[in-house]
Ligand binder design. Structure first.
Ligand code: TXA
Ligand code: MG
Length: 342
């Protein structure tokens, strides 16, 4: 089923939302928009329903899922306790693109947490997600609605391309806003730790609660990541993606060299640089001056070359400031190699 809804006229009594909710109550999986990326939802209390998420995505069973809730009161229903340090974060950032890790009280199905003693909770800030959560009255386990390993979907068309025929329904609520996934913050220790950079930046968090750590696995590929999902190949377009770090003439030289080898080259570059580069296809992805815009357009840019005959995608790098941290985290994972100007 494919429902086209208007996010501006949305509530939990909308007929399409009710239809989608009734499928969820029957342990089916339904894709829906959130403010970050599209999610693939299922009843988090049902092992059968959650198993269908893993099957549809082809997701490894040890990669735990985020539990989506309609409101703050529901957090208490799935966690053992909310530590003091989390209260100001909940007040300031929820609903919003921040996922918090707490000790689980065991009320979600076992396969949601993949055997971990903790549970990830998030309250999405999107009228369609909110209406659906209210209409079904269930906590919804929901990973991004892409096939495992692919870029996350920022439009219903992306979901359709990856999951058509594998899910019971897709609610189309238009393009998502943030464009990258939520920030995952482990709140089980004394100092909160960022396990995945995302929609809420480190600076945003520190302005509210002071010092925040960053999981060492994020800058060091050798160490064991704490967030199970961070160890898998991710966000990859069909053609190999190379990151190019250097000035414009170095970038153009890399393009020319690949073309001389007979390759068709796609380029992803900022508005500022795109017009100076010549390749078989050039895709702009926002302004260097506005990394939130780059985040919003990134996954779409990664998917643009899939239907084209492109042999390699060369992408420029962005400053790791603010949202640039999350942008470069995703690009580093999507890339098969990085070429830096000597
Ligand atoms: O923005 C988002 O967070 C989107 C939308 C749909 O809400 N969801 C999303 O889910 O990105 P997913 O499954 O693609 O990524 C969830 C991440 C994974 O890296 C997973 O390993 C981590 O959260 N995670 C889930 N439960 C965890 C836990 N208990 N402890 C540590 N990491 C956890
Ligand atoms: Mg994902």
């Amino acid at each position: 089923k494919f429902w086209n809804v208007d996010e501006h006229h949305m509530d939990h009594s909308n007929e399409y939302i009710l239809e989608a909710a009734s499928l969820l109550k029957k342990q089916e999986v339904v894709a829906f928009p959130t403010e970050t990326v599209y999610g693939l939802g299922a009843d988090a209390t049902s092992e059968t329903a959650v198993e269908r998420i893993f099957a549809a995505k082809g997701r490894p069973a040890d990669n735990s899922l985020i539990v989506h809730l309609a409101n703050k009161e529901q957090i208490k229903e799935v966690v053992e306790e909310i530590p003091d340090l989390a209260h100001p974060l909940i007040e300031r950032f929820l609903p919003g693109p921040l996922t918090l890790i707490f000790k689980s009280n065991g009320s979600c199905a076992r396969n949601v947490t993949a055997g971990l003693p903790t549970v990830a909770v998030r309250i999405p800030d999107h009228p369609v997600a909110k209406a659906l959560l209210e209409a079904c009255g269930l906590p919804l386990a929901a990973p991004s609605a892409n096939r495992s390993g692919r870029p996350s979907p920022t439009s219903a068309q992306h979901v359709y391309k990856d999951l058509y025929g594998r899910v019971a329904g897709i609610v189309d609520g238009g393009a998502t806003g943030v464009g990258l996934e939520s920030t995952v913050l482990d709140c089980t220790g004394e100092v909160p730790v960022i396990l995945r950079p995302g929609g809420v930046t480190k600076q945003d968090l520190e302005a509210v609660i002071g010092d925040v750590e960053v999981d060492s696995a994020l800058d060091n590929d050798q160490s064991q990541p704490k967030s199970p999902g961070m160890k898998y190949t991710h966000y990859a377009p069909e053609a190999p993606l190379w990151l190019i770090e250097g000035n414009l003439s170095f970038f153009q030289h890399q393009i020319d060299e690949q073309q001389r080898n007979g390759k068709r080259v796609g380029v992803i570059a900022s508005e500022e640089h795109a017009s100076s580069l010549s390749a078989d296809q050039v895709q702009t992805c926002g302004s260097m001056q506005d990394l939130r815009q780059v985040a919003e357009q990134l996954y779409h840019s990664l998917r643009v070359f899939d239907p084209e005959k492109i042999d390699v995608i060369l992408c420029e790098t962005f400053p790791k400031e603010g949202m640039g941290e999350a942008v470069m985290n995703r690009l580093s994972k999507a890339a098969t190699q990085k070429i830096s100007q000597p």
